[in-house]
Ligand binder design. Sequence first.
Ligand SMILES: [Cu+2]
Length: 209
Amino acid sequence: MYRNLARTAVAAGCLGALIAAPGGVATASPAQPATAGFAHINQLNRSGVKGAVRLSLRGDQVDVTVFASGLLRSAPHAMHFHTGGAGRCPTMAADTNGDGIVSTTEGHTAYGMIAASLTVTGDTSPASGLAVDRFATTPHGYLTYHRTVMVDDMTAAAIRAGNAVLVIHGIDPNGTGAYDGTAPSDLDPKLPLEATSPAACGVINAHNS
Ligand SMILES: [Cu+2]
């Protein structure tokens, strides 16, 4: 019975969404229709990184593809969906401690907290947010990433609502070709600030079919 309902909901498509319950409370559907998402990825912290992300979401399953260039070469780059913020990317004005770098924490107001970790293998939950040995590295400064991952209901809802932000981390503002410097990361004092600070950001523009 639920399967039939689901098919009907899919067939109804956008019209079904438009005539959903008045008062703003959408009726839960057993099977969510697909959502397509796209974002231009723009630099943060003057990294010079640019790229694009494309995704397809069905239920809590996200098929995500990311291309980016200009990243620190041969370095692991943590990459996440962030949610629960203002659904935007920070400007340099977010550098409230005035050290010249917008840290991950200073960007939280704009893009929110880590909601999913876009690792290459294994766990993709927020718990893997700093699992540097499982994030993509970038032999020539290019990142190509494709993976189908499961996210939680809140993250899926944020993607559908256009509140999810893709953030790629890891910068080299002193140009040494490595994550170094004396400033410790705001996320893990054992790591340099360069290793975890955001290099690029894109707000996922969602189209719910
Ligand atoms: Cu992140």
